[in-house]
Design a protein around this ligand. Sequence first.
Ligand SMILES: [Mg+2]
Length: 449
Amino acid sequence: MRAALPLLRLPLKRASAARPLGLRGFCRAVVSGEDAAGTESNMQPPFGFLFDIDGVLVRGKTPIPAARKAFQKLLNSQRQFLVPVVFVTNAGNCLRQKKADQLSHVLGVPISQDQVIMSHSPLRMFKRYHDKCVLVSGQGPLLDIAKHLGFHQLITIDKLREIYPLLDMVDHDRRPKALHPPAVKLPKIEAIILFGEPVRWETNLQLIIDVLLTSGYPGNPYSQSPYPHIPVLACNMDLMWMAEAQSPRFGHGTFMVCLENIYKKITGKELRYEALIGKPSELTYHYAEYLVRTQAAAKQWKKPIQTLYAIGDNLMTDIYGANLYNRFLEENSRRGSNARVQVKAASGTGSTTVSQEDETDIPWGNELASASATSCRSVLVCTGVYNPHTEVPSDTKKSITETVFHGHRDFRFDPALVEPDHVVQDVDAAVDLIFQLESFIPNGNHRTP
Ligand SMILES: [Mg+2]
């Protein structure tokens, strides 16, 4: 494939566009409602799907037409999934159940919350912070989300602003009318969790910087550059995302760029992350594979899940993440399946910031250690952030040197990681392609290639 990318101008040489698939025969059985009950024992797919949501299944709140069509192919006549399916989204402003309900409505198929991974879902592993006083930044039902993840002592930016009304002075209309000292004394804030982009960026930026420069006591004057600062855990590094507008919109990654640069400008030092989670972090894919295996086990499928197919619209998120995980799986296969799984909490790669390999408090550690997949294939769709119609640069070497890297600061730019294994028009074509690659016939016959 040779196409210029609007967000990342790279010639992608290995990737191949999907051919016309002619899969009508494959899918006819499912569309016509042929009963799989008698054949299901033969239908044990050795693969699973990881679907991105925005730009693949929906744009904003508007369903992408190919999505419903694709999902009809994934169900048997009893409306059960024929293949393990997990939705891996970097969205984070709602609970998993709400996202599952939204997906059920959009796709017209029953989705359970156990099939959904939000950007913040792996935070349930960070147990050592669950009992600490934590500042949370983002929007939506943050307290509910954080409590579901296991956190107990939570402070929102709004609460902090209420207790320390002198801190937020950018918006003149929101400055305090009377100057009172804080009526409540807060315990030390011991960590900051960035769940997603907030509504009032100036307020969150100011108060987070205050907490960092006072070692967790934002009512105090700035102290002598405490460094390393208190831990910061961030979910969702997407610089941009695709809604209904013609061009991508600011994502949480843009907010993080602001925070990182303000911190560095003020202190001269790099903002450090204790963990970066959500795609493309390996941790998120470990969790996704775990959920895929769980689904297969629940159906009493004995065949190991060998291949994961990650379908997304964002090179720096979906494709980079899938390829990064594929590298891990290949390396793991070389070392032997019994090798101890090292979970990278932050997948920073050689930057000046923390690249912490954190074994965390993994509740599914044993399951991770028995990971069965040997590959993770990336499939890029053209219904979201990626636009295949942008002009192709004539000098491909130049296009590499002039690359605009839209990934996070702590993720190394590696051209090989943003090469999709396949490029297709939409999610329906992706499902067709994968069924073809796996020789999987939805009416119950899994052909051995
Ligand atoms: Mg997307």
